[in-house]
Ligand binder design. Structure first.
Ligand SMILES: [Zn+2]
Length: 368
């Protein structure tokens, strides 16, 4: 009996080791405040960083990047304006910096800038300081970059940012559509975690309570916040904190599992099929309504109406029409979503809905 127990224990440990026993790299410094941008010099000094490459978008440089530059100009060896998040852009920058002794990449901007910064810093094996000017998804602190190659979306694993300076003064002035999208991405953790629990129960998939809590708790908190208004500084701070924790939960287990389930497959399908022009968070928000409905219908857990109402409250889109998609395109995307990453077990693999069931779901939820 005792030996059997030990054997079971060893077996568990072996599995544990295979899945998670690696050293998680996490951001070493995170600041969310109205003055976070001003900490860049302190952060560089703290980490002993002396020669940085500054990446920024054209507008983000004018508004914020130039001020960051002024603060640490003696430590910046070159500045680049990022237009596209693509591998050839990374190569171009690498070629231009040549054999300079770069020990840091600073990204000041939106998704494309931060994505490129993460990949560049990982390739150069140097520190990355993330200074988001918009917060449209959890990529501001995650170890994943979204690139577009030959018009197709690709996800690239990177090191997580060394430091994240989330400046509420900057983010508050960013276009509200991006914040609404960020809210959608955060809320989507609710269905992502339901999918993960389903995979744990049905497929014995390794599950991390800590990572799951980090991803889902801020989302649940915002879902139940009365008079939610993301232009309110307190609520904005909650949103940013949630997105950062979501990114860190991905770093913690080295997989996007805590923040990406069936609702993300749906969004990836839309991107892959090239439908519409919506933002990532807008698509996963709508995906979350649909997947929550399926969880509720088949397992009696969840409240899709609450998710929908909460998205409506921040004026994020909740219908196909609002993101420029037809009912047919939504159904196509849902059918295609079933073919994406089949090894990631979600409600789609579990229930395997056909087109008819999807049609019913999008009608019932008012998505299309
Ligand atoms: Zn996402």
């Amino acid at each position: 009996m005792f030996i059997a127990l030990i054997l079971v224990e060893v077996e568990c440990l072996r599995k544990y080791r295979r899945e998670y026993l690696k050293i998680a790299e996490l951001p070493s410094f995170v600041e969310i405040s109205e003055n976070a941008r001003k900490k860049v010099e302190k952060v560089m000094e703290g980490f002993g960083l002396t020669s940085a490459v500054l990446l920024s978008g054209k507008t983000s440089f004018e508004v914020v990047g130039s001020k960051i530059y002024d603060k640490v100009s003696d430590k910046i060896i070159e500045t680049f304006h990022v237009e596209k998040a693509r591998m050839d852009e990374v190569r171009k920058i690498e070629f231009q910096i040549g054999y300079s002794d770069v020990d840091c990449v600073i990204g000041v901007g939106g998704g494309k800038v931060l994505d490129l910064g993460k990949v560049l810093a990982s390739e150069l094996n140097v520190a990355f300081i993330s200074i988001p000017t918009v917060a449209s998804h959890d990529g501001i602190a995650s170890p994943v970059a979204s690139f577009k190659e030959e018009n197709r979306p690709v996800s690239i694993s990177t090191n997580p940012p060394t430091a994240v300076l989330a400046d509420l003064t900057i983010l508050r002035k960013s276009p509200v559509r991006y914040l609404r999208s960020g809210y959608g991405d955060l809320i989507s953790n609710i269905t992502a975690i339901k999918d993960w629990i389903l995979a744990k129960d049905k497929r014995d998939e390794e599950y991390s309570e800590v990572a799951a809590s980090m991803a889902v708790m801020p989302a649940s908190l915002m879902l139940t916040t009365a008079n939610l208004d993301i232009s309110n500084l307190k609520h904005l701070e909650m949103l940013i904190r949630g997105l950062i924790l979501s990114g860190v939960s991905i770093s913690l287990i080295g997989s996007s599992r805590p923040a990406s389930g069936a609702e993300h497959k749906f969004s990836h399908a839309i991107d892959y099929l090239g439908y519409g022009n919506a933002l990532h968070g807008e698509q996963v928000g709508i995906g979350a309504i649909i997947m929550e409905y399926l969880h509720q219908k088949h397992y009696g857990v969840g409240d899709w109406e609450k998710i929908k109402e909460s998205l409506e409250r921040v004026q994020a889109p909740t219908t196909a029409k609002e993101i420029g998609l037809s009912k047919d395109e939504i159904l196509e995307a849902l059918m295609f979503a079933k073919k994406i990453r089949r090894r990631r077990y979600t409600i789609l693999e579990d229930v395997d809905p056909d087109r008819k069931e999807f049609e019913l779901v999008v009608e019932k939820t008012g998505v299309a």
